[in-house]
Design a protein around this ligand. Structure first.
Ligand code: PGA
Ligand code: ZN
Length: 426
C-alpha cells in the first residue's frame, strides 16, 4: 500500500520439476500442517523483517526495494527469508514504459507428462505455438480450437481427457511419438498447417530423468546415452514441426548442452530452464561457453523482479531469446502477462487452455491487447528472431534484425520498453 492509497496484491507460484540451482522456496516443513508445505515462516518473514525494512521506501523504486530485501536475507539463494516471501513483496503490477506494445506468442501446453501428470510420458510438456495468428486474441482462439479437437480425438481413441498440472490432457501414452501424432493430427483437423500456422514446442524437462550419466526413459522403457538422446531429439525435430525445445539436456549435463547446441542450435530454439534458473551468472556461463540460445524466465526461480530484469537484459544483449514463464504450481496472479509485454520478450509459456490459473494470464494479455488498441503488435513468427542470433528462426519467418531493446530511464529505474521500433513486414 502506498501513501496515495494505491494498493497492490501479489501471489507467488511454485514448481514441481524445480532446478537444483533455484532460489529457495521457504516452507515450514511441519508434517502436521499441509504435508509440510505450510508457509507460516514465509508469512512471518513478510510481516516481520521484510515489512520493517521496506515500509517508508518509495514504491516505484524497485531496485532499492529489491536490494534492501536481498541484503536483509544475506544468503546467495534466499534461504533465510525465502524467495516466496521476498517476491511477494517485490511483485506488483509493473509494466514497461510507454513503448511496450509487443504481445507474446503463447506456448500452450496441451499434453502433460513427466512430473506434471500421472502417466508414462517421459517428456513433461507438449506445446503448440500459434505463430501464424493475426493477433494475440486470435492465437488464443486457434489454441483453444486445437485443444478441444485434441480432446475429441483422444476420447475417440479411448483415452482419458482428464488434465494434468498445467491444464493439458494427461492421456496414458508412453512415447513422445504418440503424443506428437495426436498433436499434429489435432492441428490439421482444426484446419491449420503444422509448422506454418502453428508450430510445436517441447519441454522434456530432462533433469527429471537423467540418472548416472544416462537419459532414462522409464515410461518408454529405453535408456539413451547422451549421444543417443541428442540423436533421438534430432530425429523428432526431423519428423515433426518442432521449433523449440526447452531443457533438451539436464541441468548439470553441460557437455551435453554444448553438443546439442552444436547439433540443433542453428535449426531450432534451445531454451534453458533448469540449467539457467533465471540466474544471470548461470546464463553468462552459457553465453560464454556457447550453449542454448534462449532462456526461460521464471521470476520466483531467482526471487526478485530486479534480478529477473537483469537476466532478461543480459540474455537480449547476447542475442538469446527470452520466454516468460509460469510454474506448474501457479496462482491466479497475472504479473507474468504484464512482464512479457513490459520486456517485449515476444514469447510466453503459461500452460493450457483450461484451468483458470493458466487462462487468467491469457485473459490479462487479451485485456492488454485491447487496451493498446492499434498500437498492439503480435510477435508471431518474428518472436524467435527479434533478438535471436542469426541462423535459426521459426519455420516460415524471415530473419529479423534485432530491433527491440530494453532501456533505462534517466533516473536509473527499470523503465522497460522498446526503442527504434521498426517492426518488419510479415
Ligand atoms: P515447474 O517446471 O514444475 O518446476 O514449474 C515447469 C517447467 O519445467 O517449465
Ligand atoms: Zn522447464
Amino acid at each position: 500500500m502506498l501513501e496515495d492509497g494505491s494498493i497492490g496484491r501479489a501471489a507467488v507460484p511454485s514448481g514441481a520439476s524445480t532446478g537444483v540451482h533455484e532460489a529457495v522456496e521457504l516452507r515450514d516443513g511441519d508434517a502436521a500442517r499441509f504435508h509440510g508445505k505450510g508457509v507460516r515462516r514465509a508469512v512471518e518473514a513478510v510481516n516481520g523483517p521484510l515489512a520493517e525494512a521496506v515500509v517508508g521506501l518509495a514504491g516505484e523504486d524497485q531496485a532499492l526495494l529489491d536490494e534492501t530485501m536481498i541484503a536483509l536475507d544475506g544468503t546467495p539463494n534466499k534461504g533465510k527469508l525465502g524467495a516466496n516471501a521476498i517476491l511477494g513483496v517485490s511483485l506488483y503490477r509493473y509494466v514497461g514504459g510507454a513503448g511496450a506494445r509487443l504481445l507474446p506468442v503463447p506456448m500452450m501446453n496441451i499434453i502433460n507428462g513427466g512430473a506434471h501428470a500421472n502417466n508414462a510420458l517421459d517428456f513433461q510438456e507438449f506445446m503448440i505455438a500459434p505463430i501464424g495468428a493475426e493477433n494475440f486474441f486470435d492465437a488464443v482462439r486457434i489454441g483453444s480450437e486445437i485443444f478441444h479437437t485434441l480432446r475429441a480425438t483422444l476420447a475417440d481413441a479411448g483415452h482419458s481427457t482428464g488434465v494434468g498440472d498445467e491444464g493439458g490432457f494427461a492421456p496414458a501414452l508412453s512415447t513422445a511419438d504418440e503424443a506428437l501424432q495426436f498433436i499434429v493430427g489435432a492441428i490439421e483437423q482444426s484446419g491449420y498447417t503444422p509448422g506454418e500456422d502453428v508450430t510445436v514446442v517441447l519441454d522434456p524437462a530432462t533433469s527429471e530423468f537423467f540418472r548416472d550419466g544416462v537419459y532414462d526413459y522409464a515410461g518408454e522403457g529405453v535408456k539413451r546415452s547422451v549421444e543417443e538422446h541428442i540423436a533421438y531429439l534430432a530425429d523428432l525435430v526431423g519428423r515433426y514441426p518442432i521449433a523449440s525445445i526447452e531443457d533438451a539436456m539436464a541441468e548439470d549435463d553441460i557437455t551435453g548442452w554444448e553438443e546439442v547446441t552444436r547439433v540443433l542450435g542453428s535449426k531450432i530454439q534451445l531454451t534453458g530452464d533448469d540449467v539457467f534458473v533465471t540466474n544471470v551468472e548461470r546464463l553468462r556461463a552459457g553465453i560464454r561457453d556457447g550453449y542454448a540460445n534462449s532462456i526461460l524466465v521464471k521470476v520466483n526461480q531467482i526471487g526478485s523482479l530486479t534480478e529477473t530484469l537483469t537476466t532478461v537484459d543480459a540474455a537480449h544483449k547476447a542475442g538469446y531469446t527470452v520466454v516468460m514463464s509460469h510454474r506448474s504450481g501457479e496462482t491466479e496472479d497475472t504479473t507474468i502477462a504484464d512482464l512479457a509485454v513490459a520486456t517485449g520478450c515476444g514469447q510466453i509459456k503459461t500452460g493450457s487452455l483450461s484451468r483458470s490459473d493458466r487462462t487468467a494470464k491469457y485473459n490479462q494479455l487479451i485485456r492488454i491487447e485491447e487496451e493498446l488498441g492499434s498500437q498492439a503488435m503480435y510477435a508471431g513468427r518474428a518472436a524467435a528472431t527479434v533478438r535471436g542470433r542469426a541462423g535459426w528462426r521459426w519455420p516460415g519467418s524471415e530473419v529479423v534484425t534485432p530491433c527491440l531493446s530494453p532501456r533505462r530511464t534517466a533516473g536509473g529505474q527499470a523503465g522497460w520498453g522498446m526503442i527504434d521500433m521498426e517492426w518488419p513486414a510479415r
